[in-house]
Design a protein around this ligand. Structure first.
Ligand code: URA
Length: 427
């Protein structure tokens, strides 16, 4: 087949800071998906995009081309509105687990297509797979049926959805090109628009444990994604939320499921509850069902009932004992004072090295591995207090996990300023 463009010309245009035309973008995304553009050529183009950026028009065309690379789902046959949430990825971010059943309580269907962890950020599917019997893969028909019967589904995106993104995301991961705003925005929004949700709430993480390290970059990413969603007819809102310290008191698969169940039982750490409730309120509002007492559904058992039905519908046993790691090691405070820093990136890397995450896509994860935290920034600690418990099945990993935590824990004399988890809202 003779090609409309030459990949090298497209790469050179972006390298030399020119805007790509709509035709060039449509061609390069399509040709890459059908393997007429080589991995090394796309790798070079991705780096040129990371370094030189894209205009809003280029990003919109790139996103549309990624959507067009695969199928679009359709939830219009459902008897209720749909709302989805997407987080840009963080440490201890288990919010999807309590959030999906909580929103379903209010008669809004939640089609939550999720991913696996790579690097220091955890993946929702890895967490749920620590529940004995639970299956991540569902056909589109099974997904629709569960949305109608239970109201919430958390599952893996099928291979037909935005295949261009699947290829490109894997390439970016190994070529140092993940952190490009145009590429993150188009990656996330192509999947969400193709999925066909009516409303979308984005949780854009900011801080050491996130892809976006500062508020300025996170705001730019959030604005770009909200514009892409709105232009595609999806009611889209973004919250910018703090990821300088882990969410909650656990990072690791089964450890995070346990904490999520605590939240669904009306307890759990305050920051996890705050963010779960706030995101649920935003999702209900965006789906046209705002103004409800969301917190009450966590304390009166309705969200827990929906969780149990959601887990059981995918083969999981909600009453099963969760896996526990074979070995633990404590990390103790080396002085007395106020815990001023518990760095999200350091904890994320430690959990990853303990076996909670994977270095390559095909690696298995340990269900019980991870980091349990016994104090949060602002807490007073005494020398010798246990700050963290490290969990793993493979104790030779403890030393590398402890190395990751080096410099990530600070104890000082004064309390850090109290901050809310939610830093800003963009609509
Ligand atoms: N999540 C995605 O789906 N894509 C990205 O590029 C980053 C986070």
């Amino acid at each position: 087949m003779s090609e409309a463009f030459d990949a090298v010309d497209v790469i050179i245009a972006k390298r030399d800071r020119h805007e790509l035309t709509d035709e060039q973008i449509r061609w390069v995304v399509d040709a890459y998906t059908r393997e007429a553009v080589a991995e090394e050529q796309m790798s070079s183009l991705a780096m040129a995009i990371l370094l030189n950026g894209m205009t809003r028009r280029e990003i919109a065309t790139w996103t549309a081309a990624m959507i067009a690379s695969g199928e679009r789902m359709d939830f219009s046959a459902l008897s209720r509105p749909t709302a989805d949430k997407h987080s840009t990825g963080g440490v201890g971010d288990k919010i999807t687990l309590p959030l999906a059943p909580l929103v379903a309580v209010f008669d809004v269907a939640v089609p939550q297509l999720s991913g696996r962890g790579l690097g220091h950020t955890g993946g929702t599917l890895d967490k749920l797979e620590s529940i004995p019997g639970w299956q991540a893969g569902l056909s589109n028909e099974a997904m629709l049926r569960q949305l109608e019967d239970v109201g919430a589904v958390i599952c893996a995106a099928g291979s037909g959805l935005a295949p261009a993104d699947k290829k490109l995301y894997a390439l970016r991961d190994v070529t140092g090109t993940v952190e490009a705003i145009p590429l993150i925005a188009s990656s996330i929004m192509s999947k969400k628009i193709a999925e066909g949700t009516g409303a979308l709430v984005l949780d854009v993480k900011v801080g050491s444990g996130a892809f976006m390290k500062n508020l300025e970059d996170a705001t730019e990413l959030a604005r770009t994604m909200v514009a892409l969603g709105t232009d595609a007819g999806v009611t889209t809102v973004a919250l910018l939320t703090d990821m300088s310290t882990p969410l909650g008191l656990t990072a690791g698969n089964a450890l995070e499921v346990r904490e999520s169940v605590e939240v669904l039982a009306g307890g759990g750490p305050a920051d996890v509850v705050e963010l779960t409730v706030r995101l649920a309120e935003e999702m209900l509002e965006a789906a046209g069902r705002g103004g409800q007492d969301v917190r009450a559904a966590l304390t009166d058992g309705r969200a827990m009932d929906a969780w149990r039905r959601m887990i059981a519908a995918q083969g999981g046993d909600p009453d099963a004992t969760l896996p526990v790691a074979e070995h633990t090691q404590e990390v103790k405070a080396t002085s007395s004072g106020v815990l001023t820093r518990l760095d999200a990136y350091a904890v994320g890397v430690a959990a990853w090295r303990l076996g909670a995450g994977r270095a390559r896509k095909e690696d298995p994860v340990q269900a019980g591995a991870g980091v349990e935290m016994h104090a949060k920034p602002g807490d007073t600690v005494r020398e010798g207090d246990v700050l963290l418990t490290l969990h793993t099945d493979t104790p030779e990993r403890f030393a590398r996990a402890e190395e990751a935590l080096d410099g990530g824990i600070e104890i000082g004399g004064t309390e850090p300023e109290a901050t809310s988890v939610v830093l800003d809202r963009i609509a």
